[in-house]
Each structure stands twice: as structure tokens, then as C-alpha cells.
Write a protein that binds this ligand. Structure first.
Ligand code: GMT
Length: 395
């Protein structure tokens, strides 16, 4: 924390532990994972965290006196063609914020969370309750969905009405300023990883369950949406396995899976590719992986790449969006232009062809990942919370 901020905070009575409501998507998507891990980390640092979403987040295993979960229900009614989730969410937020005396509302993913959060804030204001709202932009809420003319005015409005806006990379900040009329400052707070949690107790990783000893294991993890360019993953792997023995593990579920399975069949490499579906054992899978493929068309950060790197897995990726802020070209892996399958395959072979090179890239990957350690990043959110609370008290 900078000196100026420390002195401002102590002058205005810094609040030690805060009550924080976190709104996020509870599914396997990156934004939900980041929001959940942030909430867990904040609770470990003494804060009281309330998750408000439509299902218990997948990475939220245990609830305790400092971690609460509030489910948003949308009652079915025959008149509704579309269920009014924002309405239910904002009403729920009003109730939770009042009941638990929440200090900070932190919404992850602008659509529709920032919009619902703003409505909750306004309703509470009528009752003399002022809750600052922090909005974290994650990527597709800006680059793919949010900038669509159907949503843009509402997304712009709710970003501008947030008390603090953060984006997960410099690249996403630039995109946000380019695509919307933003009148607020945007703080970049990168995604993070818990280095300690990946100091595995398991050591052999049970690699032999997936591949023969002489085979390299290549992994892709995503939600199998178009933006991930799943076909490129298959094509890159096809070229690699022509040059060296290898297996491909495809982890995740989504609309592109079927076509990918079809392509694997056409290429005659079914015995070398395994589709594992969604998994809660990502660390175990990454533990025995030698290389991670992320050829995405757009990626605000690439949390999956960081998760690979912390597990000592080098990354072959596109250079889209914020990926170059995570995967360092020639150090932790290589970057190629989107769709340049030949270059990606060549780079993959370069890393995998001998054990010494692979070891160097593996070590580099973990070392670079450490820059995003949770202990470096979570305090940045705490600082922003404290700062906005002080401003609220002071105003
Ligand atoms: O498309 C995804 O990977 C899911 C998406 C989400 O909204 O959950 O991920 C976005 O947020 C992640 C966490 O901040 C980022 O690491 C991903 O790069 C970003 N995805 C895109 O920008 C496509």
C-alpha cells in the first residue's frame, strides 16, 4: 500500500475487517473462478464474505462463519418469456446488504451484475444506506457480449456508475476504453493464483494412467466456445504427434466439443486424444502435463494459462488480448498470431523435443507465475475497498 494511502486511511479510521458481498457466475468460467478464489482468500484474511449468485460456485467447497452463500431464485411465471434475473438479483442484494450490514459490493462480470448492483445501490440510497460498488471486468463482458449494440448503453452506464472499476489486464482496460464511453478511472488488478496450493502432496501425478512413459502430454482446458478455437488445438496437436509421441487431453465442456471429436476421428488420432469433460481435478491433470495449448481468438487474461504455468506447464498460445501479459514469449512458452497453426506446432515441438529444453521452460513457467501469487494481488483489492470506504466516510 502506498504511503499516502496509509496515512489517509489511518486519519479516517481504517476499517480492519470488512463485510463484502461478491456477485459472480458460479460456473466453471474464469470470472467465477477468480471471484470465488478472491472471496475465499478475503475470508482467510479475516473479512466476512457473502456470495450472491444463482448456484453455489463450483470452487466453493466449504462454507463457514466467514463465507456465506445466498442463492438468487427467479420464480417461474408463464407471462415471462425471459426470466427477470437482474430484478431478482438486485432485490436479493438489497436484502443481504441490509441484513448483514455489508460494507462493499463487489460484482464480477459487468453483465448483468453491474447493472443489478447499481439498481440495488439506488434502492438502498432511498433508505439512507450507501454501499460502494466495485465492478471487475473480466473479458467477454466487454469484448464479445458487452459491446453488442443491444447491451452497450447499459454496460457503459453501469461501469460509469460503479465506485471502483477494475480490469484483469492492461489489454482489457485498453479494449474497454476503446469500446465504451468511459468516464471513470480503471484500475488494472490482474488475476492471481495460489502458489502454495499447488505445492502438491501427490508427487508421481499418476502420469501412467494417461500416457506411456515416452509420450509427451499436451493439455487444453476451456469452456469449448468458439472464441477458444478448439479446431486449432486439434490441428496443432495433429502436427506435433507426427513428429514425436504425444497424447492430447481435452478438458471442459461446451458447444465446440462435438465438432472437435469429429475432427479427431477424421484425422484418425482417436487413440491419442481424450476428452475428459469438466473436471474439479485441474491441478492433478496439469501435474502430469508437459504443454498447454491456448490458441484463443480473444482472451482478456488467460487464467487457464496461468493455472498451467503455476503447475510448471509451458504454454503455446495465440498473442490475443492479455495473453502476452501472462505467457512470456520464448520464456514461459511461445506466442503466435491467432490461427497460425504451423507456427504453434513448430514452437510446441521446439519445447517438447528434448528434456533439457522442456525443463527450462517448465521452471520459467512456475517462476513467472509467482508474480501473480494471490498474496501479491488480493491486497490490491483490499486497498481499493479501503480507499473507497474512506472516501465514503469522508464524503
Ligand atoms: O471465456 C472464458 O474463458 C470465460 C470467461 C469468463 O467470463 O468467465 O473468461 C474471461 O475471464 C477470465 C477471468 O478473468 C479471463 O482469464 C479470460 O481470459 C476471459 N475470457 C475471455 O476474454 C475470452
Amino acid at each position: 500500500m502506498n504511503q499516502l494511502l496509509i496515512s489517509t486511511l489511518s486519519r479516517k479510521q481504517k476499517k480492519k475487517y470488512m463485510k463484502i458481498a461478491i456477485v459472480c457466475y458460479p460456473t466453471f468460467g474464469g470470472s467465477g473462478v477468480v471471484a470465488t478464489e478472491l472471496g475465499i482468500a478475503l475470508s482467510k484474511r479475516g473479512h466476512e464474505v457473502h456470495f450472491v449468485t444463482y448456484k453455489q460456485p463450483v470452487r466453493l467447497a466449504l462454507l463457514n462463519e466467514r463465507i456465506h452463500f445466498h442463492e438468487v431464485n427467479v420464480p417461474d411465471y408463464p407471462l415471462f418469456h425471459y426470466q427477470p434475473y437482474e430484478l431478482a438479483l438486485s432485490s436479493k442484494l438489497v436484502r443481504i446488504i441490509k441484513k448483514h450490514k455489508i460494507d462493499i459490493l463487489h460484482v464480477h462480470y459487468a453483465i448483468p451484475h453491474a447493472y443489478a448492483g447499481y439498481m440495488a445501490k439506488e434502492m438502498l440510497k432511498e433508505e439512507g444506506i450507501h454501499v460502494p460498488m466495485v465492478t471487475t471486468l473480466h473479458g467477454t463482458d466487454i469484448t464479445l457480449v458487452g459491446s453488442h449494440p443491444f447491451y452497450r448503453p447499459a454496460v457503459s452506464f453501469s461501469i460509469n456508475k460503479s465506485d471502483v472499476v477494475t480490469s484483469v489486464s492492461e489489454s482489457l482496460k485498453t479494449d474497454t476504453l476503446r469500446l465504451f464511453d468511459i468516464t471513470r478511472h480503471i484500475d488494472v488488478v490482474p488475476n492471481f493464483i495460489d502458489m502454495e496450493a499447488t505445492n502438491h502432496e501427490f508427487t508421481d501425478c499418476q502420469r501412467d494412467l494417461m500416457a506411456h512413459e515416452n509420450e509427451r502430454i499436451i493439455t487444453h482446458i476451456s469452456n469449448f466456445r468458439k472464441v477458444k478455437r478448439i479446431q486449432d488445438v486439434i490441428e496443432v496437436f495433429y502436427r506435433v504427434q507426427l513428429e514425436l509421441p504425444a497424447k492430447l487431453l481435452m478438458v471442459g465442456e461446451g458447444p465446440e466439443r462435438e465438432d472437435a471429436e469429429q475432427r479427431v476421428k477424421e484425422l484418425g488420432i482417436e487413440d491419442k486424444v481424450r476428452f475428459l469433460g469438466n473436471s474439479n481435478e485441474i491441478d492433478k491433470i496439469l501435474c502430469f502435463s508437459d504443454l498447454f495449448l491456448l490458441p484463443s481468438e480473444a482472451e482478456s487474461f488467460g487464467l487457464a494459462a496461468l493455472e498451467a504455468m503455476v503447475n510448471e506447464v509451458p504454454v503455446i498460445s495465440s498473442n490475443a488480448g492479455g495473453i502476452p501479459e501472462v505467457n512470456i514469449d520464448g520464456v514461459t512458452g511461445y506466442l503466435s498470431n491467432v490461427g497460425n497453426i504451423a507456427d504453434m506446432a513448430q514452437n510446441a515441438i521446439r519445447i517438447l523435443q528434448d528434456g533439457k529444453t522442456l525443463r527450462t521452460f517448465k521452471d520459467n513457467a512456475r517462476r513467472e507465475a509467482a508474480k501473480f501469487d494471490i498474496h501479491n494481488i488480493v491486497p490490491l483489492y483490499e486497498e481499493l475497498y479501503e480507499k473507497v470506504l474512506v472516501n465514503k466516510v469522508g464524503s
